[in-house]
Design a protein around this ligand. Sequence first.
Ligand code: SF4
Ligand code: SF4
Ligand code: SF4
Ligand code: FES
Length: 902
Amino acid sequence: MALKPATNPDVEAATIELSLDGRIVTAKDGVSLYDVIASTGNIVPAMCYHYTFDPFGSCGVCLVMVEGKKAPVRSCTAKATAGMVVRTEGDDLFQARKKAVEKHLSVHPLDCPVCDADGHCELQDMAFQHQVTTLANAKQKLIPEDTRSLVLDFNMNRCIACGECINVCKDVLMIDALQFMKKDGFTQVVAKGDVALSCEFCGDCLAVCPVGAITNKYSKYLYKPWQLKKTTTTCNYCGDGCQMYIETKDNEVVRVTSPLSWKNKWGDRAETAKGHGGICVRGRFGFQYIDSKARLRQPLVRRDGNLVETPWLETIHTVVERLAAIKAQHGPEAIGGLITARCSNEELYLFQKFMRAAIGTNQLDSSARYGHLNFVHAVQHALGIGRMMNDWEDITKAKTILLVGTNITETNPLTAVRVKEAIRVYKSQVIVVDSAQTNIATLASHPMLVAPGTEGLFIQGLVKSVLEQDLVDEEATSKHPQAFTALKQAASRVPLDVIAAHTGVPVEQIHQAAAIFAEAPRAIILCGEGIVRRTGGYRHVLNLVDLAWITGKLGRPGCGVNTITEEPNEQGAADMGALPECFPGQARFDDAGAREKFEKAWGAALPAAGRGSSLMEMLKRCQSGHIKALYVIGENPLATLPSSVGVRAALENLELLICQDPFLTETAQLAHIVLPACTYAEKDGTFTNLEGKVLRIRQTMDPIGESLPDWHIMTAIANGLGYELPYESAQDIQNEIMKLLPGYYNLGQPRKISPKSESYLANGYAAEVRNRYRSDLKRKPASGGTARRSFTLLMGQVLYHSGKLSTQASGLIKILPNTGRLHMNARDLEQMGLGEGARVRVTSPKGSLELGVQADLTVLPGSCFFPEHFNEPQVKDLMPVEVDADTGVPYFKLAEVTIEKL
Ligand code: SF4
Ligand code: SF4
Ligand code: SF4
Ligand code: FES
């Protein structure tokens, strides 16, 4: 697809003049005439046009008169040329457009009373607008509905063959799952090959379908559009922070829709660089957990070994009494807290304030500890910024994108769409370094498949290659000669051919990737779980900073080092100080100035500098009996961490385990007190997405049962403990944050940040870099044999799920239930004589279990994969755990195993 330059300032084209309804307008040569007309604010009726993809020209509604042409022309596919004289109004045009609408209606079933699009249908609107009052010629097509897809039904009687569904899927999403096919005498939309649709199930085709030809299985026949209450909010699944509409009826979520819609077809094409308005399968079809029957509806207090429903007042009283007693007897350090990064900024802020000021302890942590903090700490340390440097627009317009260790289509599907637009529209060179055959690797210009766990080593290879090929940016490196010498010395310790042997990528390909990256004027690095959640994550991010530095990409517009966040508010967790090492604003906890500021603001003496425990330390302290009470908000360490960590023993050793969660999680089942919390749909607040944008979440519905927002519960407990928190709404908390962190609430716009590497490179870098370049791989390569072989076992995220939360969403479980099977490469299955579903024994140094196998095209030979969302069977317990010495991040996503055929 070619970019429509009409609205894109980055595409060069001659400026021309043409006459529109007697007015002279300027435009870029060769662009869609429809775009030129629309850019003047004149909206000509159009049914198959959508600004996110190139015109298709099928509906015949967007007619205009062009001087010199006998008949009206379709303005969407007509190109603007110099001197064109165009008329957009007139009875002749009205009648011609009316005829086109009548033609569509003549083969449309008019089953509006039972159509989901009734009242929200472009064909209805067009018929009304053009006063189509006679439908005498209507013919029925009587095509049976295609219900083979898991989430979408295709009613081709209603289809007007506009092609929007096909075009959005092919052009915008680069998935290309749909096609037109002549069937039973009619042109119909079918899944490619006329099979049951099997795709990413983003539902963007549903969103742009102007009629009711594609319907949502999960909400069909449940509503009429005018019965729905529509609330704009931010998705709660991943850090992309997509804007969406939750639509409810009688306090039940009926459907989730997106800004991308046929209703919203007249945008500015250049603006899609910031996002096309779509959402992914999780956002659109994963809403059922919100009002699920499994939601906790009342507080539970353990009595005689059982969790018993108890009124709120009594429960809060018990919580306060028991926390106060433990604090009085053992001191504040006997209490710790954990919070999920699915909470809002206001709640994350309040949590750390609660722990530090109301309890008086600095033993607190969030789920950002599972990886994101490696990135935050590394770029904070090196560059003085604690988040990614680029936004979606920078990614879209990059000339080179280096994706390392990120299956981005699956973890952050809408950031992936930015990479796809970079490939498709801006012709970006994309280097994908991963140990799986990911979707983005298949689209990339330079896919580099590496051995599992060697993504970090590959980065060292890139740095070495830049040095060896002399691709160094003199201006950047000459300012810090000492640091540069130290880097060269450090890098010289690992020969490139050793890196090539370990990673499995030939030296020439490493050189090629390094050259493409170094020579690009706008080059973006995006790293993911393969870096931040794997051994050495912190160090590898610093190596990425080295790469950006020596190639002159630090601080240059459109360049930078970035990561993706898997949970919606991991960045907010870091920014709000929900970690022992930082106060809000990422001020160091031992910084005297910050301490004074927050002590004054909170009116409390804070725990001493140097004190505090993060997640893994806290679990140890629970086990040793130093921590007696743990307050867990939305976290579920028992289901997340391998059993060798001893989470169960740690939790069982507690005098008081308080779990605050929308669900009775595995951890909550061990709790003494369970507090029912609202989901994001039942409260107000904000999330900070991976770009650093602060985005609103808005209350969509009344809380389920007696559940309460997390901030509300914390406020009640603090007040009971005698530490006054005078908040009556999330806004009150926000007002306090605004005073303490001026400028944080940019609402919608990422704050501009610029990396500052001077101090890092001038002070201590030389000593520090010495140990960063090393090949510390101890792993054995996969070995032969047919009955018993060595493999690398990986755990990770899949597209249709997010953490454990999505497993509560029946819609996503329907799309991807837990098969309980190990994913393996077909070649390995064949070599071991294993058929689909065959049983194997998987053994690691941590244990052994039996499970079935399934073929997976994305898994490389010698490795195997299990989705981290499921604990049946307990594959996580096979994983060894290592804790990062610099950041306390626990690594447990990779294990060396043997697989035996049973
Ligand atoms: S749901 Fe998404 S991926 Fe599937 S056909 Fe529709 S647009 Fe394509
Ligand atoms: S299914 Fe909808 S979007 Fe697709 S061609 Fe038919 S009417 Fe257009
Ligand atoms: S899961 Fe992520 S990509 Fe999908 S809709 Fe939600 S925020 Fe967007
Ligand atoms: S909008 Fe131009 S032909 Fe459909």
